[in-house]
Design a protein around this ligand. Sequence first.
Ligand SMILES: C[S@@+](CC[C@H](N)C(=O)[O-])C[C@H]1O[C@@H](n2cnc3c(N)ncnc32)[C@H](O)[C@@H]1O
Length: 255
Amino acid sequence: MNDDQWVRAWRAGSQEPGTVLLDGFHALKHALRFGGDVRQVLTADRAVLLALAAELAEDVGPALDRLAVELPEAVLRELVPRLHPTGVIALAARPTAAANLAALARRPRTAPVVLLENPRNLGNVGAVIRLAAGFGATGVVTTGALDPWHPTVVRGSAGLHFATAVERLELPELPAGPLYVLDPEGADIRTTAFPDDALLAFGTERHGVSDELRARADHLVAVPMQPGVSSFNLATSVAMGLFHWMSGRPPGPPR
Ligand SMILES: C[S@@+](CC[C@H](N)C(=O)[O-])C[C@H]1O[C@@H](n2cnc3c(N)ncnc32)[C@H](O)[C@@H]1O
């Protein structure tokens, strides 16, 4: 295909429902590594891309060699709002809701699900998904209007959406499991351990946990703070919650 045909194919592919934009090398690397269905890869410099893979991620080199198409940088800049410094963009298929829901419902659950109630900040959600992938959480569920697969969120997670189950749900439809709501008003986190099948819930950035979610909590848990400090950042709170869960597990290789 010539350059124009590749551009047309990209524009058509990016309009297909369920398509995810992967912005930059690390998002693409993680999508390939964790089994994402990557459909198109455009790069401003194939040689540089393959050298980056050889240096940082040999496992994804063959897939990149097969998929990557070189186009002038000026053309790539017309296809995305802000070209990543690594000069590569890709399109992948978002896992279906059915696949995500099946992963979230699988029993026995061997690691918690993180619930973000009505998060507002795309960067926070990306950071949380990256944490969930790193800790081996079963998944991240969000409520509210924000799409957890928004390109900025995928950029923030470095593409680690493909390493965990990420889905938006309505509050009444939460996955099963004991509900631990993290809230500055809760009981000291050091007095409780999080079981592997826990649902760890966090409130929205500005207003915290809703009355509805608080009413459903089996446990309300706080990370103690110094007097005068009102709260921690959302993603930081998730990191502490997941670390608390991991600290209660025996040492050894990750699951
Ligand atoms: C930025 S905070 C929300 C601040 C909100 N004004 C409040 O008072 O809850 C976002 C979320 O992070 C979690 N969080 C923040 N600080 C916490 C703490 N000390 N203990 C437990 N969870 C905390 C809670 O889930 C909270 O809803």
